[in-house]
Write a protein that binds this ligand. Structure first.
Ligand code: NI
Length: 277
């Protein structure tokens, strides 16, 4: 299993990150993507990923902090993204629920970071809260074709639009306690477009709802996704990671993932393999 969206560098783990990671490993989590939401978390995520072979990083400025994204910050994100452990730009997007930055500024920051991701040929991790229509519009206008709608909260129509663009749909803890909409959607999303995540330390899934979340709990999200797939696709051939590893265009092992952009995309796709195996 891969936790495709975690925030390992937040205060919540300051005292016991090692134990958290040990529980993840013992629980079958093979890789974790730690996702930036401001400059400090982006920097810290890259440092952590560079120390830990099974941790990858995404760098980006969340819409809540959109006002902090100036050209200097964008340049720093680009520098950080030169680390071979950075596999995506995120989390970026629009949050019209809390509106902590002016909407116009959120959109500018979103577009600028999409531009960075495209320059670097990296996928994006999209945060969309109560901004579905506008998010899709921006993604379309910017011709985004690689990324993930993280902690998906939309309806089937939105999921279809995302898939049409080439995006993945990622589910987190809410699917375990607020899963009715997701239940309707899941049957219509191809397995190979689904990712699972914790978004820890937030949104702990049942049976740990209300507690601090951690990567080991991604198993509850995965179990719920699997149980709610009404009809398992008959054609689905679980693809072990090794099937991908044997392709000559791809690196033979995680340890040699290089800064070449295509290989970073590959690392991104790897999460999906983690879902299948
Ligand atoms: Ni997040």
């Amino acid at each position: 299993m891969i936790d495709s969206h975690a925030h390992l560098t937040v205060k919540a783990y300051r005292r016991d990150l090692e134990a958290v990671l040990a529980r993840a490993g013992a629980g079958g989590v093979t890789s974790i993507l730690t996702v930036g939401f401001d400059m400090a978390s982006s920097e810290a995520g890259v440092h952590l990923a560079e120390k830990c072979p099974d941790i990858y990083a995404a760098v980006g400025i969340h819409p809540h902090d959109a006002t902090t994204l100036n050209l200097d910050a964008l340049g720093r994100l680009e520098e950080l993204a030169s680390s071979p452990k950075v596999v995506a730009i995120g989390e970026i997007g629009l949050d019209f629920y809390r509106d902590l930055s002016p909407r116009r500024t959120q959109e500018d920051a979103f577009r600028l970071q999409i531009g960075l991701a495209k320059d670097l040929e990296l996928p994006i991790i999209v945060h969309d809260r109560d901004a579905h229509q506008r998010t899709v519009q921006v993604l379309r206008e910017e011709s985004v074709s690689c990324g993930v709608l993280h902690c998906f909260s939309g309806d089937l129509n939105l999921a279809r639009q995302g898939i049409e663009l080439g995006l993945y749909i990622s589910f987190a803890g809410p699917i375990t306690f607020n899963g009715k909409k997701a239940e309707e959607i899941l049957g219509h999303i191809p397995d190979e477009r689904i990712l699972v995540e914790t978004d820890c330390p937030y949104l702990a899934p049942v049976p740990n709802r209300g507690k601090r979340n951690e990567p080991a709990y991604v198993r509850y999200v995965l179990e719920r996704v699997r149980s709610r797939k009404s009809t398992p696709s008959p054609n689905r051939t679980p693809a072990p990671s090794s099937a991908f590893l044997n392709r000559p265009a791809r690196p033979p092992s995680r340890s040699v993932v290089t800064p070449v952009a295509t290989n970073r995309l590959y690392a991104f796709l790897w999460w999906h393999c983690g879902f299948l195996v």
